[in-house]
Design a protein around this ligand. Structure first.
Ligand code: DGL
Length: 285
């Protein structure tokens, strides 16, 4: 079983893409709604909360946990992979994030390659990243892109209130005003240069991708995180088939929440129309 972890609803944009891509595999989703949003939290809190979520997925039989959240991936993924997992007693388990696949797609360079290679070392495009405050302040997108494409100009824009506004179901017009302002701030930073490529580095943003396209330019290539993550996982599972456990016939993907299932299921419609409701996470040791 493969487990997806997110601070709340946003990771469902990734979850749905994975269910479509891998209809025969067993998945479970855990949203940490009790502690959402993560976007403005301290790094150490994000690491602790993410580790607790991953442990719950492991306790349910998942061998692979995908952090379907840019904030958790940017802040906690490497720490958990390198500092926690090896001595945790979860041998044969792994954690993947959603930042690495986006960096690979944006730089056209495999994650394992951490120095500039021809022809990407001569790439002098502008790449924009829109994310939560904590994703942007982690600097991880800039750092990882610059390692592979040192001539690229990277402009990161924190969109402090946007994920929350999407989750609250605010009107499209209101979201449009917010996106326009975040794009304006980004273009201030690039001195008006329209980026060639854009990473929407927050799992909520695919829901309003059209607004970003509208305020950027038709020539800008928007990297679709759900598709990129599905491509990347497909490649990973070919190399690590042990994590690709087939589902038992008829079983439905479970949606678990640390929050109040009745309350969090109310806004599910925005992310996944006609999805089954969330169930309360029963904590396992
Ligand atoms: N899912 C988070 C992300 O992709 C955003 C929501 C939050 O702030 O918790 O960054």
């Amino acid at each position: 079983m493969i487990g997806l972890f997110d601070s709340g609803h946003g990771g469902l944009t990734i979850f749905r893409a994975l269910l479509r891509r891998f209809p025969d595999l067993e998945f479970v989703y855990l949203g940490d709604h009790a502690n959402a949003p993560y976007g403005n939290r301290d790094s150490s809190e994000i690491v602790d909360l993410t580790r607790a979520g991953v442990e719950q997925l492991y306790a349910r039989g998942c061998k692979l946990a995908v952090l379907a959240c840019n904030t958790a991936s940017a802040v906690a993924c490497r720490t958990l992979q390198q500092d926690w997992l090896p001595g945790s007693g979860y041998e044969g388990h792994n954690i993947l994030g959603v930042v690495a696949p986006m960096v690979e797609a944006a730089t056209q360079t495999p994650w394992a390659v951490t120095s500039p290679q021809y022809p990407q070392k001569y790439n002098d495009d502008t790449i924009a990243v829109f994310g939560t405050t904590r994703t942007v302040s982690s600097g991880v997108y800039s750092e990882e892109i610059a390692k592979r494409c040192p001539k690229v100009t990277i402009a990161e824009q924190a969109c402090a209130d946007l994920a929350g506004a999407i989750e609250q179901g605010r009107a499209k017009g209101e979201l449009d005003v917010m996106v326009a302002e975040y794009v304006r701030q980004l273009l201030d930073r690039t001195n008006g240069k329209i980026p060639e490529r854009v990473i929407l580095g927050c799992t909520h943003f695919p829901l309003i991708e059209d607004l970003f396209v509208q305020h950027l330019s038709p020539s800008t290539r928007l990297l679709s995180q759900p598709q990129v993550v599905a491509d990347s996982l497909e490649d990973y599972l070919v190399r690590h088939p042990d994590y690709a456990a087939p589902k038992s016939s008829g079983s439905k993907p479970a949606l678990l929440t640390t929050g109040n299932p009745d309350q969090v299921s109310l806004s599910l419609e925005l992310f996944w129309p006609r999805a089954d409701a969330f169930e309360a996470l029963v904590t396992k040791n």
